[in-house]
Design a protein around this ligand. Structure first.
Ligand code: LLP
Length: 438
């Protein structure tokens, strides 16, 4: 079983309380406050190793961690120390990597509306690859490379027209998409670069078919389309593109209903498909990239909350409110995402009831978990919501002017802060009162 097929971090143990990374979760809350994101280092390192191992039969692959899932300096240090590179999508992610001392050639810069300053920065610091998404990217990069007399190496992102069965908002590879060149536009993009921008070197093609994917069929179709386009374009323009990026998207197990495939199985299917297509087309030595985000970081993360108000609606729902919610985990409100939790200080309690875990934010939609069977709860209990490593902190907000919560890394019974909890002063630090209001 690979890490993405588990709901809980691999170090999860039940002692007197719930323990993760050898740390008692109640002690963590006591020491660092509540709510709290917790990342289990061993789970994170294990999935990184599982990816590297699963693709070891492919001679030339780089696994790029999709930073958008969770971008912090310490996380970048861990994943790159395991041999992964980084898929980045903003000046902020590039800056975080740069300041953390990550070699810039390990980065691939993606995004459908990269800003001019972001591209300039990326060129100046020497980002390894650019995934060119549209004509604006081409023209900006062309201008920047000319003015600096510097070459860049790019992949062209295409929209392969694959409809994968996932939530509508997280499908990206279907035809009517804001991402990438439509297959009918890709030739124009190649011609533009070749005719106008000699400092843009076209190294290959890129696609990303969606997120939280359970089915390998989409990857098979994608690999076939990418190879056939690579062959076609190389021939038509006499190019020697030799790189393919298949994007990310592998799913994780948020609840028992989720059935993500094993990383090894997906790798085998992808490698077999590619090898068949390469043989058919007499292609050799194609460099491969993949960009998993969620499946790398989700399972290693949990969020600890403390129970406050409890409301039993007469003949209705029993709402148990916790001290966090949609600002630290917007996924239930945004995507109807489902999570499961345990009561960290009542792991061995028998007496159970069905409750709804509500957030503290002023919105009826701020419900973290609907109808879950848990031990009888009271104020002060600590709830551990699993699989919150991906797209929680990275999409967190200050809604209701609440401080963003902190994050600790646990390993071998040791805990360290990797993101400080915001303070009240942090909240007002960017405010300004014009003189005329005083
Ligand atoms: N590569 C590209 C070009 C992407 O757009 C994405 C995700 C990834 C890689 C990583 O995909 P992953 O392996 O994490 O599925 N906020 C949403 C997910 C949005 C994903 C956007 N792109 C959520 O919380 O479910």
């Amino acid at each position: 079983m690979s890490v993405n097929q588990r709901i809980k971090p691999i170090t999860t143990e039940i002692k007197e309380n719930l323990t993760i990374g050898g740390c008692d979760t109640l002690e963590l809350v006591k020491k660092y406050g509540s709510p709290l994101y917790v990342i289990d280092e061993l789970t994170l390192r294990t999935i990184c190793r599982e990816y590297i191992d699963a693709f070891k039969n492919y001679p030339n692959i780089t696994v790029l961690y999709a930073s958008k899932a969770l971008a912090t300096s310490a996380i970048f240090k861990i994943v790159t120390s395991e041999g992964l590179g980084l898929d980045v999508v903003s000046g902020g992610e590039i800056y975080t990597a740069y300041k953390a001392g990550i070699p810039m050639d390990k980065l691939m810069f993606n995004g459908n509306n990269k800003q001019e300053w972001e591209l300039e920065t990326a060129v100046d610091v020497g980002v390894g690859r650019f995934s060119v998404d549209n004509f604006n990217d081409i023209n900006l990069l062309g201008k920047i490379t000319e003015s600096r007399n510097k070459m860049v190496e790019v992949l062209l992102r295409i929209t392969p027209g694959i409809d994968c069965h996932t939530h509508e908002y997280i499908q990206t590879g279907h035809l009517d998409s804001k991402f990438g060149f439509d297959l009918t536009q890709i030739d124009e993009a190649v011609s533009l670069i070749l005719s106008k921008y000699p400092k843009i070197s076209i190294r290959g093609l890129h696609a990303h078919i969606g997120s939280q994917i359970f089915d390998s069929a989409g990857y098979v179709d994608e690999a076939k389309i990418l190879v056939s386009e690579l062959v076609r374009i190389n021939k038509k323009y006499n190019l020697s593109m030799d790189e393919l990026n298949l994007g990310g998207g592998l799913g994780v197990k948020y609840t028992e209903n989720d059935t993500p495939p094993d990383v090894k199985d997906i790798a085998e299917i992808v490698i077999n498909t590619l090898n068949q297509e390469f043989d058919k087309n007499k292609l050799k030595d194609i460099k491969l990239y993949i960009e998993p985000g969620r499946s790398i970081i989700s399972t290693s993360g949990v969020t600890l909350y403390t129970v406050g108000a409890i409301k039993q609606v007469p003949k209705g729902t029993k709402y148990v409110s916790v001290d966090g919610g949609m600002a630290d985990n917007p996924r239930p409100a945004m995507y109807q995402a489902e999570y499961v939790c345990d009561v960290a200080n009542k792991m061995n309690f028998e007496d159970k009831e069905i409750v709804t875990i509500a957030g503290r934010y002023c919105e009826s939609g701020d419900i973290l978990i609907k109808d879950i069977l848990l031990p009888k709860l009271q104020a002060g209990d600590v709830i551990c919501v699993y699989n919150t490593g991906a797209y929680n902190y990275s999409m967190a907000s200050n809604y209701n002017r609440v401080q963003k919560i902190g994050m600790v890394l646990v390993n071998n019974s040791q805990s360290d802060i990797i993101v400080y909890r915001e303070t009240l002063d942090d909240l007002i630090s960017h405010d300004n009162i014009p003189d005329r209001l005083n």
